[in-house]
Design a binder for this molecule. Structure first.
Ligand code: NDP
Ligand code: PYC
Length: 334
């Protein structure tokens, strides 16, 4: 694969110009370009610049309002609500972050319910932001009903990522992955590269196992970990859908009516203040957590996000990130 070297500014600029041409307003352009650049600089390719296709397709489908500003609803409870009003989620989450952090510190636990958003992004940047404010955090979103439940044959669940993070004095502990065996974005990257999928990731239209990425996209994806991943995926549907008065992945798929746009639904983010929840004993809890992380490392195992932090350090130090030339050409052709 031929790659080009892009500085952080060049990645941001490419995203900015593409989003501006697609009609996004300045606040949305900034929020989306920041997210894509953050992912690309950490070598999270399935949710970096590659996602510009989904952003542009979503405006072309005519459903998203690329300029509307979110509406924040605050009361004296620990629940923060933000209505994205049919725009991409990122600007809405950005607008709600400060009150979420405030309430988590006041109440010990706080919830952010984001409603009526198009969603295409990785979850870890928002979780890391909360961790760097000293909070533990958990986020979930549904998507489109591309994924068959364990034992099923057709899409009913979304790829439904879960991200959790724990604050540390160094880089936080963060994981973020789809509850499908592969994220949809990853399957799309296999298709673009003409590579077969591993076994156990997808079913074709007839409900039979397939390693062909196109057959997988036309058929159904599998959950990770059999019935366990399937149950977690159903939890995501419920927590980030009906619980907050929003859509499931089945509803999102119906909403799209076959248009190639980003999934449309809600997002839940829960924030926890370790100081409040431990009754002021967080330094003991923190030491226990660090002993656990040290034991994991001592066995030669790695923590989630270690690859990402290493990529961030490397790309920052050398001042560029390597991006597929084909991807850049395709984005320019947009
Ligand atoms: P992966 O299967 O690549 O798993 C990623 C997570 O697992 C990361 O936290 C990663 O850390 C960690 N990890 C990977 N290998 C190891 C290992 N050997 N030991 C310990 N930890 C490890 O992720 P997915 O492909 O499922 O998801 C990728 C992205 O797609 C996510 O950011 C997710 O939010 C996003 N997504 C978004 C959706 C949406 O609707 N908005 C839907 C589905 C996915 P590290 O990064 O350091 O490797
Ligand atoms: O990779 O599954 C995925 C995905 C869905 C929406 C955004 N990313």
């Amino acid at each position: 694969m031929t790659t080009l070297r892009l500085t952080r500014d060049e990645v941001h600029d490419l995203a900015t110009r593409t989003l501006q041409k697609a009609g996004y307003g300045p606040n949305h352009v900034r929020a989306i370009a920041d997210m894509l650049t953050t992912c690309q600089m950490d070598d999270c390719r399935s949710h970096g610049l590659f996602r510009l296709f989904m952003c542009v397709e979503t405006t072309r489908s005519g459903q998203v309002d690329p300029t509307v500003e979110p509406q924040l609803t605050l009361d004296d409870s620990a629940v923060v609500r933000v209505d994205a009003k049919g725009a991409i989620s990122l600007r809405a989450v950005q607008a709600a972050m400060a009150p979420l952090i405030d309430r988590a510190r006041s109440f010990g636990i706080a919830a952010l319910a984001v409603n009526r958003c198009y969603h295409f992004s990785a979850l870890w940047p928002e979780i890391e932001q909360l961790n760097r404010a000293g909070l533990a955090a958990l986020s979930m979103v549904p998507s489109h009903a591309w994924v068959a439940p364990a034992g099923g044959t057709r899409g009913a669940l979304g790829t439904n990522p879960i991200s959790f993070g724990w604050p540390r004095s160094e880089d936080p502990f963060v994981f973020d992955f789809a509850t499908s065996a592969f994220a949809r974005g990853e399957i799309e990257l296999y298709r673009r590269a003409g590579k077969p999928l591993p076994e156990g990731v997808a079913l074709d239209r007839a409900g039979q196992p397939t390693t062909d990425p196109q057959a997988a996209m036309d058929g159904a994806m599998c959950t990770f970990g059999g019935y366990k991943g399937s149950a977690l995926s159903i939890m995501v549907e419920l927590m980030a859908g009906p619980l907050i008065g929003d859509l499931t992945s089945l509803d999102s798929m119906a909403h799209a009516q076959g248009r190639p746009e980003a999934p449309f639904h809600g997002q839940i983010i829960l924030a926890f203040d370790p100081e409040r929840l431990s009754g002021g004993q967080h330094s003991d809890g923190d030491a226990r957590a660090e002993r656990l992380f040290a034991e994991i490392g001592a066995q030669g195992a790695r923590l989630p996000s270690q690859r990402r932090y290493a990529a961030r350090a490397r790309n920052t130090a050398r001042g560029f990130v390597e991006v597929s030339k084909q991807l850049i050409d395709d984005i320019r052709a947009l």
